[in-house]
Design a protein around this ligand. Sequence first.
Ligand code: PMP
Length: 495
Amino acid sequence: FNVALSREQTLELRAQHIPKSCKLHFEKSPMKVVRAIGQYVYDDSGTEYLDCVNCVAHVGHCNPNVIEAAKTSMLKMGNISVGMTDAASEYVAKLKATFPPEIDTFLFVSSGSEANDVAIQLARLHTGGYDVVSVERAFHGGLSVTNNVSPKQFTSGEKCPDWVHVVSCPDLYRGIYRETDITAVEKYCKNAREVMERAVQKEKRKLACFISEPIITVAGVIVPPSKWMNSIYKDIRSFGGVAIADEAQSGLGRCGTSMWSFQMHDNLVPDIITIGKPLGNGHPMACVATRSSIASKLSNDTLGIYACDLVSAAIGLAVLSTVRSLSLQMNARTVGEFLREGIRALGHQHQNIGQVRGTGLMIGVEIVHSQKSRKPAPRIADKICYKLLEHFVIVANDGIHKNVLIITPPMCFTWENAHRVTVALDKVLQEIESITVDDDDDELTQPFVDSNRLLLSMNDIVNTSSEVSSNDDTNVLHNDFFLPPNTSGFLDDAD
Ligand code: PMP
């Protein structure tokens, strides 16, 4: 490994010139990465880690097909701003073939944030409306407009503008309505309709669009019920708006059952679909896919949105063909299910495993103080991430309480990799349990003590009785519940 700077020098230069807001994964002991290949990354000591949180490196770090495509096309021509290329036309035709026929027009940009920004511009031009309906806890990018429509950012100081209307996240495990209530999905649909009605009828706003991921990843890999998605799409259209599906993380076969995650939901066809950097395996390319009648609203002079350069097209083609030739969608489906089952089985021995959910290689694991209480355990989740790193496995924690382990690895993730994660997680949970209070009753009455001997006040916990009724599985799409549906739980106080 050819490492030019010492670890200290790298850190010092970073501290001097890069703001703290640009957070590093594993802030307390950041890794210095010197190489990556497939689903593995290597630090400056040559240690190999299994990377379970990189959906951008869709077909694997340094995928040879992608590198060859980039190298060959770069040798032929650099960035050109005149003329057309065969590769771009071929790429667009191949991409189009993955969508329903009405999605026939593609605009290329450089990032998921830009794609969502353009999608909102298009929605506004097409509908004449301005306002955006978004989902609680969602994230759609870091540009000013996309930040504004990302309720996740509202918890860190950003305010919800008056043109953004937030509907409840249909989280049947931890949301306001839960799986124990057979009318929960209807209630979430009603909530969304009421939010839109209030905006239009009371506040006299004009809606341009509803934006959501078909699998709500940043909020903790929540798979919304199809009924809810369909109901909101119907409602937003009845109010004159259009539906945007953000596939920045969930597209290109990652959900396992289809190429695009909106296709998991019965008969759902968005008006605009945004695709992020997985499209180029990390090469900065992203896309807005829509109907020609919507795209035509952009002025012919619009700058910054182009028809894809040769290098991006060549890379995009390499990614698409690799997904196909290696059957990566099927791989995501089978390996993802195997991993979820493995982690779910750990829940029989480890009380900290709450709901294990997701689809394909998009997995969320709720870390809770106990399965009965469901109280979110962000510190334990954080500890699990650091301890898994000691076992050379990289995962992240996210969700509104930062208590959901997120597993979205490159799509070449194998059965062995999945087994390795399950074994490591088992060991880590055993280690954590040996140094923490493990008695559920203790936990309800005494402060929780973690391995750093940090005291956690339990005073703010509110015990609620939840409605006990039969679970309506028909309303839940791939939502895998580890717990029986008669569990009473705490409200969602983060610790
Ligand atoms: N949408 C979602 C759902 C995302 O997770 C992200 C970030 N990965 C974005 C949009 C923004 O994408 P980018 O970082 O490429 O701007």
